[in-house]
Design a binder for this molecule. Structure first.
Ligand SMILES: [Zn+2]
Length: 332
């Protein structure tokens, strides 16, 4: 019998990462584009075939598999339902993975996993209360209160991206609501925020390259918005201004609700622009909270935060998850 091994899986809208781990470290990993065609089992099948191809010799030592996935989740059945970010009605994970790999599998929302990963392997090891926020294509959160990972009735607790940060706003969120944090600060929404500002004040952005691109119908991304901001573009500056104010409002609301000692921020859009965003966000948060201020810092786990979260879930599944998914073991 070799050392116990774990498989950690992080399913994102664009990339899926799989890692072979021991109880506390990533030993080896593989990254591939998340399939966008096929059926509800295609993603699970891709995960299994990559795992077998890469780590055939280790298969007998695998204790459990942890999956951190884009949501929303149906926790009990361990599947993703009607995600806005991938073209599948359903993504079956728990059942096909546990059947094909013959081990226990646990599936949680990626931001929830991030919180558990920070608690076990990141900056959260020494605190009892932490909030993990991911600021990426979308905005998500995971919370540990009194050492207890919050899951909710279907594993979708703390969908904090849909906190209303402006109740009077006419900026529509991808979910259909108005004035949500994610509408202003989801990386995928930044071009829409720019367009929304431009339509409101057509005369205001003379000389803006971003405005010019939008008017000509050229596609822009969040990366373009931030690089134009750095180049002094006035429309990009207003988009980033909204990003900062919405993020501060959302974070302050979550801090007031959960009273964390530590707030950890991850996600590519934030991490790539932390030099611009962190200070003004922190300054504004401090004005809006009533609790003793928490430490607010970027994740130290980088791109691997989802994998560490999945690993933490596999090594130490919280009791509620065991209850919901503990019957998942199918002898292969
Ligand atoms: Zn929303």
């Amino acid at each position: 019998m070799g050392q116990p091994r774990y498989i950690a899986v992080d399913i994102g809208a664009s990339k899926t990462r799989i890692a072979l781990c021991d109880g506390s470290r990533i030993l080896d990993k593989v990254v591939f584009s998340t399939p966008r065609t096929g059926d509800s089992r295609t993603i699970a099948e891709a995960i299994v075939s990559k795992t077998i191809e890469k780590w055939r010799e280790e298969l007998g030592s695998i204790e459990a598999v942890g999956v951190a996935s884009i949501g929303p989740l149906d926790l009990e059945r361990g599947r993703v339902v009607k995600t806005p970010n991938l073209p599948f009605e359903e993504i079956e994970l728990l059942e096909p993975l546990s059947r094909m790999l013959g081990v226990k599998v646990y599936v949680v929302n990626d931001a929830v996993a991030g919180a558990w990963g920070e608690k076990h392997f990141g900056a959260g090891r020494h605190v009892r209360n932490l909030l993990y926020v991911t600021l990426s294509t979308g905005v998500g959160g995971g919370v540990v209160v009194d050492n207890h990972l919050l899951l909710g009735k279907q594993g979708n607790a703390h969908e904090i991206g849909h906190i209303v940060v402006d109740y009077d706003s006419d900026l529509r969120c991808g979910c259909g609501g108005y004035g949500h944090w994610e509408a202003y600060a989801g990386g995928g929404n930044l071009p829409r925020v720019a367009l929304w500002l431009l339509e409101k004040n057509p005369g205001l952005y003379r000389g803006s390259v971003l405005a010019e691109r939008l008017r000509s119908g050229i596609q822009v991304t969040s990366v373009d918005v931030f690089s134009l901001y750095r180049a002094g573009d006035p429309l990009a500056a207003d988009v980033v201004g909204h990003y900062i104010r919405a993020t501060a409002a959302g974070l302050a609301s979550a801090i007031n609700v959960y009273d964390p000692e530590l707030v950890i921020i991850g996600g590519g859009v934030f991490l790539n622009n932390a030099d611009i965003l962190l200070k003004p966000v922190k300054r504004r948060v401090l004005k809006e909270i009533v609790t003793r201020p928490p430490i607010i810092q970027p994740t130290s786990l980088g791109d691997d935060v989802g994998l560490y979260g999945a690993l933490a879930i596999a090594v130490e599944p919280p009791p509620e998850l065991l209850e919901a998914q503990g019957r998942s073991f199918h002898q292969g």
